[in-house]
Each structure stands twice: as structure tokens, then as C-alpha cells.
Ligand binder design. Structure first.
Ligand code: XIL
Length: 452
């Protein structure tokens, strides 16, 4: 292989020298033009929900021409200076295409527009809802509002599934779509609980976010103590990811492929999980590639905690994300936060870092501890008010990012009495938006206010 490369290099050099001639070789070096990457942003007109504002964001040196196809059957028209205003009066799904041509060739940016006049016109982010003041999922027209669930809740007709259907537009499995549940022993898969959750989402028009394919804390013992070679281990992981993502292709809109791969503390190195040990540092990249191959339309996220509170961890997370290039679509920032911490500026920094990379942002796993120091025995109205304000702050930050970067904001639990934090911290807290009796807390209104 090497010898062939050297030979072809020598051949190339010989050809170049002979082509160059002897005297005329000092001419200008001509750099061939590169293709210009077509890019545009679209927003709904603030004054008319049937009008789309199209902003050609293509940048490039040299001459290029831009043409639009609005997906309404009229073919391409030349881009005009400024923002294009295009009416969409008819219900349906349309592909808006921007085609950019220069000497080197053609590139295109294609985006989808959904129009439902019953929902007011063009649906923000393609999500059509009939506005229902006071209900989170209806008021949130530009991103999904998520919560977690369990098979036992969606399998039974009752208040738990009603709460999801009424208030939320996205669901995440709390623990039944993790490896220890779905791949409990070598050679066997158990998708019963995951199927129930996914089918519930699909049947009720609720988005399903898959969480989480690889997580050190939900790795089954047989994988931790894998008996086989490293190559066999890698084949097993590939088969698990391929099988799982393929099963839910077209039903699960997004997956957290790898969860919490970064160590806390000095230098924030990669966690020394069994995956890193057996597959090397690029185990993460391999996992994303397998997920991508299994369902190219699925959005792939990297999910981790302390993204706002630790600048070091945030930097380590963005380093991983950058190394994944096109294999990743978004960042999942777990929002396990306190009523008074981290600061607004640090939460904003997570959003800014994600937006500047052109990635989608999932504010995942939001819960706001009202009793981090365990000095309260009940939720006082003062703490409930401060907690509400933190909910508003988080939602406002999320709601202010550009449409193209939005995806979902997921709350980690419905009722306070069910929060995972009680076990995790070993004492009582009230971090969610509903009381044990399913009544709404001020935190719910805080979320709503963040949407204003
Ligand atoms: C937690 C669940 O809430 C618990 O029920 C389960 O026992 C352990 O996992 N970060 C994550 C989530 O990514 O998957 C965790 O969920 C909470 C921390």
C-alpha cells in the first residue's frame, strides 16, 4: 500500500515537472474555486403567520448565484436582495430549497415547512398546535416540552398518561430505554417496556426522545465483565446499537447515543468506562457512526450534566462534540439545577456554545432543587417563588435561541414525590412542576412565563 502511494506520488511529481516545462513555470498559481455552501434561515413573519421570511445566509468568496424553489410547484426563481417574503396559504408540507451555484458546482440547503391553517398558518418548527392558553405544550409553539415516563404509566389508562397527553409534546423513558433494560444478557434483548413507551408516543402524536444507548451507570454486569475479546466486545456494542436504533427507526426522533462520558474533576478526562477500556478513546465516534448508519434521519445528541456549573466540563463536552463533526446533531444539557444555582450567565453559556456550533440544543432533565441544603421540611412559598423564577429563567434562555437550534426542553419528572433526587441525595425535595395530588405548582406558571 505504502509503496503504491510513493510510486503514485513520484509519478505525479514527474507529470507536474514535465507539464510545467522549463521556462514558463513561474506563472501565477491558480487555486481552483471551492463550492459555496448554501445556507438560509427561515422565520414566520411576526405580522402574518402565513408568510415565511427567507434569509439567504450563504457566504463565500467569488461569484455565485442563488435561486429559490419555494416548493409550491413553480420551480426556481432568482434570489433578490434582502429577505424574501413568501406566502403559504394552502395546508401541506413543502420543501423550500436554496440552490447556490458557482464555478465549482452547485450546493443546496433544503428545509421543510408545514402549513396547517387550523393551527394558525405555518407551524413553527413544523409543530402544529391549536393554541390553548395556559397549557405548556400548546403555548410553546417553537419547541417541544418534554417529560419522562415509565411503561407502567403509559400502559394504564389514568391520570399519569393524561397528564403527559395534556401538557407535554415529547416523552423520554426514565430508565427503560437504557442498556441494562434493553440488553439484559448476552444474546437477549428485552424491548417490552421500551415498545410500550414508544408506541404510546406514536399513538398520541407525542415526540419520543431515546435515552440513553450508552451510559456507564446503566451498563449491565455482563457487559462490564464481558467474557470475550475486545473485537467481540465491539461487535456486541455495534449489534446492540444497530438493533435498537433500527427497531425504533421513524418512531424515535432523537437518541442520546452516549450519556455522561466525561469525568468530573481535574482536567475532565474521558470516564474510564468499560467502553473506553475495550474500544479505545474513539468508542464515542464509533457509537455515533453506528447509530447514524441505522437511522440517518434520527437526531443524535450527546448528553451530560454540570454543563452550566462547570466551565471545564462544558469545554470537555464541546471538545467531544466538535470531534464528532457531522455525526452529531445536538447537545443535551442535563439541567439538574438548584433554585439559586448555577447563574443565568452560565446557563446562557451552554446555549451560546451550542448555537455558535450550529447544533440543536436539548435542555434535558430539568429539575430545580428547592432544598439543596436539606434545611427545609416543606416547600415554603418563598422557596416555591424562587424556584418558579429559576424555571422562568431557564425557559427564557431556551426560548431566545434561534429557531434552527431549538428542539426540546424536558423536565425530569411530573410530581415532586416521584423525583429521582430523593434517592440520589437521600433527603426530601420538591424540584418539579406538580404536587403529589397532581395540582400545578408555581413552577408550572414559571415555565409558562418563560414562554411569554
Ligand atoms: C435516573 C432515573 O431517574 C432513575 O429512575 C434511575 O434509577 C437512574 O437514572 N442522569 C441521567 C438520567 O442521564 O438517566 C438519570 O435518570 C438521572 C441522571
Amino acid at each position: 500500500m505504502k509503496i503504491t502511494k510513493i510510486l503514485s506520488f513520484l509519478f505525479l511529481v514527474t507529470v507536474l515537472i514535465s507539464c510545467g516545462g522549463s521556462e514558463e513555470s513561474d506563472g501565477p498559481i491558480i487555486i481552483p474555486p471551492a463550492k459555496v455552501r448554501a445556507a438560509f434561515e427561515m422565520t414566520i413573519s411576526p405580522t402574518d403567520q402565513n408568510v415565511l421570511l427567507l434569509d439567504n445566509k450563504t457566504v463565500g468568496t467569488g461569484e455565485f448565484t442563488s435561486e429559490w424553489d419555494y416548493g409550491q410547484g413553480n420551480g426556481f426563481v432568482l434570489d433578490q436582495p434582502g429577505i424574501e417574503e413568501v406566502r403559504f396559504d394552502v395546508d401541506g408540507t413543502f420543501s423550500v430549497t436554496l440552490k447556490v451555484t458557482n464555478e465549482a458546482g452547485v450546493t443546496q440547503d433544503v428545509q421543510t415547512v408545514v402549513v396547517a391553517n387550523s393551527a394558525g398558518g405555518i407551524c413553527p418548527n413544523g409543530i402544529c398546535v391549536t393554541s390553548n392558553a395556559g397549557v405548556l405544550k400548546d403555548v410553546s409553539t417553537t419547541f417541544l416540552v418534554g417529560n419522562i415516563t415509565r411503561a407502567s404509566k403509559v400502559n394504564s389508562v389514568g391520570i399519569d398518561s393524561e397528564i403527559l397527553k395534556t401538557h407535554f409534546s415529547s416523552i423520554t423513558s426514565e430508565y427503560e430505554m437504557k442498556m441494562d433494560r434493553m440488553h439484559p444478557s448476552q444474546g437477549t434483548f428485552d424491548f417490552a417496556a421500551a415498545d410500550a413507551i414508544v408506541n404510546f408516543g406514536v399513538a398520541n402524536g407525542i415526540n419520543v426522545h431515546g435515552h440513553a444507548l450508552i451510559w456507564h451507570n446503566a451498563t449491565p454486569d455482563w457487559v462490564k465483565n464481558f467474557s470475550g475479546t475486545d473485537a467481540e466486545f465491539e461487535t456486541m456494542v455495534k449489534n446492540y446499537i444497530t438493533t435498537t436504533v433500527t427497531r425504533y427507526k421513524g418512531k424515535v426522533a432523537s437518541w442520546d447515543v452516549v450519556n455522561e462520558a466525561i469525568e468530573d474533576g481535574s482536567g475532565n478526562p474521558l470516564r474510564n468506562s468499560v467502553f473506553k477500556q475495550k474500544m479505545g478513546d474513539d468508542y464515542i465516534k464509533k457509537c455515533y457512526q453506528w447509530a447514524r448508519d441505522a437511522d440517518p434521519d434520527c437526531l443524535l445528541f450527546y448528553n451530560d450534566y454540570n454543563m452550566a456549573s462547570s466551565t471545564g466540563k462544558r469545554a470537555a463536552m464541546f471538545k467531544i462534540v466538535d470531534s464528532l463533526g457531522d455525526l452529531i446533531d445536538g447537545v443535551g444539557a442535563q439541567m439538574h439545577i438548584n433554585y439559586n444555582f448555577p447563574s443565568k450567565a452560565n446557563i446562557q453559556a451552554v446555549a451560546d456554545g451550542t448555537v455558535s456550533r450550529g447544533l440543536k440544543l436539548h435542555f434535558a432533565e430539568l429539575d430545580v432543587r428547592a432544598n439543596p441544603d436539606n434545611d427545609q421540611t416543606s416547600l415554603t412559598s418563598e422557596r416555591a417563588g424562587l424556584q418558579k423564577a429559576k424555571f422562568t429563567e431557564v425557559v427564557k434562555i431556551y426560548n431566545s435561541i434561534p429557531l434552527a437550534n431549538k428542539y426540546a426542553l424536558t423536565v425530569w419528572g411530573v410530581r415532586d414525590n416521584e423525583t429521582w433526587l430523593t434517592d440520589f441525595w437521600g433527603h426530601i425535595d420538591w424540584p418539579l412542576m406538580f404536587n403529589e395530588d397532581y395540582s400545578k405548582k408555581p413552577a408550572y406558571d414559571g415555565f409558562l412565563e418563560g414562554l411569554q
